[in-house]
Design a protein around this ligand. Sequence first.
Ligand SMILES: Cc1cc2nc3c(=O)[nH]c(=O)nc-3n(C[C@H](O)[C@H](O)[C@H](O)COP(=O)(O)OP(=O)(O)OC[C@H]3O[C@@H](n4cnc5c(N)ncnc54)[C@H](O)[C@@H]3O)c2cc1C
Length: 363
Amino acid sequence: MAPAKEHVVVLGAGVVGLSTAIRLLQAGYAVDIVARDHPGDELTVAFTSPWAAAHHVSVATGADMRLHVFDARTFKVMSDMIRNENDVPMFFTPQLEYREQPRATGAEDELSQLSLMSRYHPDFRWLEPHELPEGIQHGASFTAILIDTPHYLPWLVQRFTELGGRLHRCGTLNSLRDALAVHPSLLNVQLLVNCTGLGAKALVPDDKVFPTRGQLVIVCAPWVKKGVTRLGPNGVYDYVIPRPKSGTVVLGGCAERNSWDPKPRPELARRIKERCLAMMPELLPPEKRAGTIDDLDVVGDAVGLRPTREGGVRLEVDYTAIPGVPVVHNYGHGGYGYQSSWGSAEAAVELVEEALSSAKSKL
Ligand SMILES: Cc1cc2nc3c(=O)[nH]c(=O)nc-3n(C[C@H](O)[C@H](O)[C@H](O)COP(=O)(O)OP(=O)(O)OC[C@H]3O[C@@H](n4cnc5c(N)ncnc54)[C@H](O)[C@@H]3O)c2cc1C
């Protein structure tokens, strides 16, 4: 076996840290993860990844073509994983996207969210006028990917450890440098990758990072196999995302900028249930199809905080945060950390290669 390349620490064990750590191991590095929260821990609002539903339905537009590239790459990687790995908790699903606004024209249309997705979803098609429900001006149908997050995160941990990675627990760190003191074997690592999501706001610190609050209602409806999103003006949107392995369905949503409120609000939960049931009556079992939201089999309400960043994901080498140890930042994935995970992990590995070869050339 070839000797491992340099020793790298990844700070953070969410979907971004785990995917990055796996790609680093596959590139030949020795990798340790250090994190306060690990998959399988009791849920806390400080750890975003376990809250996401999640699906791969890109939100990239022409305003962020780098995100489009990450999402397209991740769609390819995840599709291959579904086809080639028996036990991966991800699934193809029929997806309907409804828009209350008219379709744009010209260049604006070419770089819209749906048009960009049409470039890599093989069965993408625009909906015909007769397929549009009342109040919907345009829409699309295609096969999307569902990521059953309560099962996918432990799956990533297992993949990481099978590849030889080691996972360490720490408390809330106050500086990036503290990550190197979590275990004696980390004192001489050559590089740190920072995947701390919302934690980066205080840790880096980075004022561009802020929470975008999402509230969800989780219902038991194992017969629901398709996803639907309805987007209105002013950012109002509803979505239904099945978790096939768990037999539950996630209803959303909201996107409240700069709200740290960790508690579900009953009036918002009610609105989410009403709007989602109107959009998809099949959320009720066949014998209750004409029922109301009181007939939904609600498993729980949830709140997660998306780690949003003005200007998008920070992917950058930082030579000043820890003297003598380059830091590669990979945080700020907002509401798209799963669907961009493999693309942004591979971009981070390229930065690691660059930073370490530049350090070697200076010796
Ligand atoms: C309601 C909701 C729905 C969503 N739906 C989707 C979806 O459908 N598709 C999609 O792609 N994305 C979705 N997302 C977004 C996605 O969940 C996030 O982008 C993603 O989980 C961010 O992952 P992360 O690894 O960057 O951060 P996190 O999962 O928060 O992980 C951060 C890690 O860093 C550690 N850490 C942070 N600070 C410190 C510190 N100071 N000291 C020590 N350790 C620290 C934490 O303990 C943790 O291990 C959704 C999010 C929400 C809330």
